[in-house]
Design a protein around this ligand. Structure first.
Ligand code: SAH
Length: 254
């Protein structure tokens, strides 16, 4: 079968974060699929068609892109950041696993991108400098009780925790509840990084302590990094602080 599907990570927003491989994959596509605001980042070319869809229509978007590729076209489907991190690559795999056999014969390429937690971390120091994990706070596809158990386990084991999808219009309380949960495990002085719209014009990055977190400061474009007992803040005169997680850990760190 000649159809080809590239699942392309666009990075967090800044065009300089688009890899040359991603650029090539986009240029080679005849048809481009994606969530509207992500697709808008790809310049429109007369010989390419754009199919924008809503954020919540991931499965339908994945199926449409697969069906289009199965007709023999070169199709690209885009994600912000990395397509394998809480994004389209897993949605496509779900569709391939449960969809028509013919989709298994497609040539599928996954093009990685810089994920939000790496872009945010780089802005502020090295908060992911030692053991860390990433969790999505969206309870659209998993129960909230499971998220709480994972928060308990991660904080209890001493991981730095990157929180994706902290809030949305339909999920206003989840970040506040997660922070409450983490306060049971971590000292009040634990550094917490808020990185918003990193790589875009309205970028904001700041650090607070766990006891002072106001979850109203996060929106859909925010990534939150909650430190561990090894995460420290270096204050610098005239420069923003550096937040980092030490590579050495004590036995009582978890
Ligand atoms: N695939 C994406 C993540 C999709 S989930 C990636 O790898 O980055 C969407 C969540 O990612 C948002 O709710 C937010 O938590 C985070 N995010 C995406 N882009 C961001 C950016 N530019 N700055 C900060 N956080 C971002």
């Amino acid at each position: 079968m000649s159809g080809h599907l590239a699942i392309v990570g666009l990075g967090p927003g800044d065009a300089r974060y688009l890899t040359p491989e991603a650029d090539e994959a986009l240029a080679a596509a005849q048809a481009l699929y994606g969530y509207g605001p992500y697709l808008e980042r790809v310049p429109v070319r007369a010989d390419q068609s754009h199919y924008a869809s809503d954020n919540r229509e991931e499965r339908a978007r994945a199926a449409a892109a697969l069906a289009h590729a199965a007709q023999g076209a070169r199709v690209a489907i885009v994600s912000g950041g990395d397509p394998g991190v809480f994004a389209m690559a897993a949605a496509i795999c779900e569709e391939i696993e449960f969809g028509p056999q013919i989709w298994r014969a497609l040539d599928v390429t996954i093009v990685p991108g810089i994920t939000a937690m790496l872009a945010v971390a780089a802005r502020i120091g090295a908060p992911l400098g030692h053991d860390f994990c990433a969790l999505s706070l969206s309870d659209n596809l998993k129960p909230w009780e499971l998220i709480e158990r994972r928060l308990d386990a991660a904080a209890g084991a001493g991981f730095v925790i990157a929180l994706y999808n902290p809030v949305s219009r339909a999920r206003p309380w989840q970040l506040g509840a997660a922070i409450e949960r983490l306060r049971r495990h971590l000292p009040p002085s634990t550094p917490v990084v808020f990185g918003r719209a990193v790589g875009r014009q309205d970028e904001q990055v700041h650090v607070v302590t766990l006891d002072a977190v106001d979850s109203a400061n996060a929106d859909m474009a925010t990534l939150v990094i909650v430190g561990s007992r090894e995460t420290r803040v270096i204050e610098r005169a005239g420069r923003p602080p550096l937040v980092y997680t030490s590579r050495a850990a004590a036995e009582d760190s978890a």
